[in-house]
Design a binder for this molecule. Sequence first.
Ligand code: GAL
Length: 713
Amino acid sequence: MSASSSKNDLSVWRTIKTDRFLVGAPHYPEHVDESYWERDAKRMAEAGFNVARLGEFAWHLFEPKLGTFDFDLFDRAIAVLARHGIDTIMCTPTATPPRWLTVAHPEILRVDGNGRTMSHGSRQHADTASPVFREHSKRITKAMAEHYRDNPHVIGWQTDNELNTSMPESFSAATLSEFQLFLADKYGTIDKLNFAWGGDFWATAYDDFGQVVLPIEFGPTFPSPGHVQDYHRFLAFATARFQHDQVEILRATKAEWFIFHNLGGLRDIDFRGQFSTDLDFVGYDIYPMLYDEFQRIGNHAKVQALHLDICRGFSGNYIVPEQQSGFGSQPGFCTLTPEPGEMRRMAMSSVARGADGLLFFRWRPAHFGAEIYWMGLIDHDDVPRHRYDEAKRFATEMTALKDKILGTHVRMDVGIAGSDFDNQEAHKTYSIGLPSPQDDAIQLHQYCYDRGIACGFIHPEDDLSRLKLLYVPHWVMWKDGWTERLEAFARDGGTVVIGARTGTRDENNHVIRETAPGSSLTRLTGVKVKDFGRLAAPGAKGLFDVMSRSGGLVIPPNRPAESHRRVRRFTFGNREIEAAHFYENLTVADDAEVVATWSNRYAEGQPMASLRRVGKGRVLYLGTYLTPELTDALADRTFAEAGIGPLVGDLPEGVEVTMRQNDDRRLLFLQNYLDQRAELSEVPAGINLLDDGKSVSGTLSLEAYGCAIIELR
Ligand code: GAL
């Protein structure tokens, strides 16, 4: 099977054209007695699965000794699956190199910022920047590729497993020398590097590239933001290079194979760079009950939607190689348990936001190792229960609907600038306790999610013409070319909203030498920033409630009085709102309108936000960060005029809605994420593809965790 999609066209609108909706499970035949294999394959087939993913942690079995290969166990497992109509996605097993390799070459082990060498005993302990490790990675990839070239049941490959999820950094000797080479290539002369990193600040200048050190946090105080930025650019470069080695071998061996990676923690990977252009499509593992944001947002359906939309922003539709099925744990933590019906709902939510294939993690749980309570579809006692039944229902539904679903993209009326590696990293190099661009964007994402408004993330270099509004959340590292794209979007009738601090640093992480937000954005917005300052987070009593030197939480013993907190307020429309995180005092050009004004303290009466008409559209600038109240006010001011409204009117609490569409069809996805029935009253007319094509118009009742896909008339 081959997957056709243009590899270099990384667009949020891109769809995957596999010959089937890939549905199945990651499976570990090496974890169970062979007497289980036949029954496992039969049950998979009965569930309607068409694929299993194998091998990502089995290097020690594929190559028990240096240069001695043994594919027997997996050949037999693949054959048993194939007899039942299940194809295999094979993985390069480089997330867990075998012990003989780390014993022979301890120099491939990662080293952390405190100089501790990682031990061989869990996973991702090897350094993907290490030339020695790269050679072994190429060797095992080549041996596996050649072995499986003529096996018709191996249809595609996953590279490694969740690169960088456990630990992206390394401070090893190999990383250091590769970093130095990367810098020599990038800068050419040491003077250029010294300028970029600010060598005259704290006497950090180097005489030659061989002196360059790795940026140790607090070593004893902070390294230069330019240094840190380049270190993370290097990690992303080295990760893409590591994957590229494998992709090159796989493609040269058999061009028909599709190749993807399963993204996990999303750290130190530039998804709009070579990492993704090398792949046919990306894979994104979905564990909604595990993400950090769950703590803050408190609703795993919303968190899942957020992560899916972020992921789609990189390169369009994707597959989900691992979707949480039961509760999950490693020795130190554990997640909530999906309730009956919820696993299918979670899977349907993934499809609703761009998944063109989905595998449930995992077929059966392990009885040993560091994930014994990571539940699968079959329980420890070999009994299939409700998770198996739900997977069967989902697989049957997706297989029946594949021609409807594949080839459609996810509609977005509201776009949030996302997927930019440099901006994500630039924030981290100097966060001063402020929310990241993505954290700021969550406000708008949640606003849209709750109201059923089609929203997602998109890079400014992507096709903006299908949006109605684009929000740029404080992207400090701005490129002038992006201003032109935003201007063209506005001229054609789009609404652009630019957040505070956008454009204030250059690609070296230097603060720009012009008045913020820089000449091109000033031309577009009509705004200049006179001065700025930091504010507390919403509800916090003071700045130090939310930040410490290391970004941790510090509660001061005496909470300052309001006058010392210097609370700032502004009026926007007819509301007075408390600002949070950051303020800018603006001057606004004559051809722009002031739409919000600071309303207390010395800045009373000064502009906080502006609007400038550009062609058929408009450009707003906000001199602060989003809060729920400001997001409300902003939506009131802009959405109706921009033609933005909910996909379904009168949306009951607990129902999420999105639209997948192309020129031929529009599919409205509705999922009830609560454990009680939801009644909808304003569903547009169509047929419910999950209910035998029954006509729907106006009312629709969704059971607890119930789902509908309405093909609109
Ligand atoms: C994923 C990983 C899997 C498994 C799963 C549950 O991040 O790819 O191998 O560990 O989490 O922890």
